[in-house]
Design a protein around this ligand. Sequence first.
Ligand code: NAD
Length: 519
Amino acid sequence: MNLQGSGFIEADCLAPISLKHPALWRSACYANGKWVEPGTGSRVPVTNPANGKVIGTVGYLEREDLSRIVDAAYSAFAGWRWVPVNERSRLLRRWAELILQHRDDLAAIMSLEQGKPLAESLDEIDYGASFVSWFAEDAKRLNGRTIPSHLPDSHLSTMIEPAGVAVLFTPWNAPSAMIARKVAPALAAGCTAVVKPAQETPFSAFALAYLAELAGIPDGVFNVVLGEPDLAMRTLVSHPNVRSVSFTGSTRVGKLVLQACAAAGIRKIALELGGNAPMIVMADADLELATDIALSVKFAVSGQNCIAANRIFVERPVYHAFLALYTTKAASLVVGPGLDPATNLGPLTRTANLRDSLERIDDAVGKGARIMLGGTRHPLGGNFLAPTILADVTPDMRVCCEENFAPVSGVAAFDTLPEVICLSNATEYGLAAYVCASSVATIMHLVHRLEFGMVAVNSATFTGAPIPFGGGKASGLGREGGMEGFEPFVETKYVCFGNLGLPRTEVPEALASGRMDSA
Ligand code: NAD
């Protein structure tokens, strides 16, 4: 492993962005306060999904390097866990301030490597920073409790302690906020963290590491590493000093992480996995609002979003009106490179996802779906898919029964509440669901019966630092955000102090037996 002074990317990189603070553009891993390169391993190209051009290369660390980095994080834990919470909080707030100060540059880096429109990247930077600030404050309220004693002459209490070294795996669809949402509670609670970002979007992760360094977060407390994905995951989770593993990504890889953890020993585990959200539009819904919500929750991040509304079920009396309005609005989406300020629908990040999406569209059409909009590659070519709306979709179509990570929206009519509840729950996933309706009774009927971890009613926006984000079934284990977000990173220690010499008062026999003089 080589230690680099700067971690700057090679000068001839093809980045078509000009950063106000060029030092944010880093190509080396960050470990134990140093920018590190693999001693021997090869460099791997990272491409701009809008044009397929290489924007830089990154080095994959070897097994021994990754192990040494966990060792360093473990050593750093011995100091960081005792840093007074006010000081940990101050450093995290400083990190959040720096993230916000550099939001334009961070958003440009994200749009370049991930492809999403600049406005969405800016929102993501703010969203990520909000987790850092929120957990910086709420770490001060990680209180234990005093338990009324059932034992004589004793004092019983709990204290909340940091779990230890946390290994964090993050996906490419939200390359900055998914890191912040995990690192903030881990560091705030007193853990140290080793982050392994997705190989498609490493530059957002390195930029966050650079700002953490600037903020003064001590060496070894926050580390960002890359490696061949399977090797890196297995090496990191099997290290004996790792206590906590948090993964966000596909259910397929989530299962591999769970298996690797189980083989290695016992770890605290959090999994934020895939989704296949239903959206239910009742006949009494405000259709302007419902179509705005559908547009936002299906086409954001080009549909590459775990909470995207993949299956829209519309009550039959308003089905055609909904489809017409939704199609008109989706047709006005401006498709283009994320870095173009006019764009509101970027390319798909992965070329393989474009191929899968076209196959899913063919499958749906072959089974009777009607194309209302799109259905093909966009004229821009490359990874661009035209925004697509398919009407009359059925549960056997791949756009309905698989996680459809693309700007492809399936819509179907329904007649009764039992029918739409059954359709909505007919998925292995259980992350998010949407309801658009006016009747409170109908809304509550649906909310109680939908098998999803989060239900948004008449709203497209519902996430944020204070809420417990996550779901059940194949969508994962645990929650991120809110006080629940600390759970993977803390242990509860129960302490019993006995024989304290406290006064012993005998309960009068009459009271103990429940007999009281009625006089
Ligand atoms: P992914 O599972 O392919 O990758 C996630 C991480 O796992 C990356 O760091 C990747 O490098 C690593 N990885 C990939 N293959 C691996 C392997 N064989 N062994 C070990 N590690 C491996 O997921 P993705 O495609 O990057 O992200 C999209 C998925 O993430 C979707 O299913 C989406 O729903 C889900 N997601 C969920 C949430 C949530 O909060 N529930 C948020 C964002 C994304």
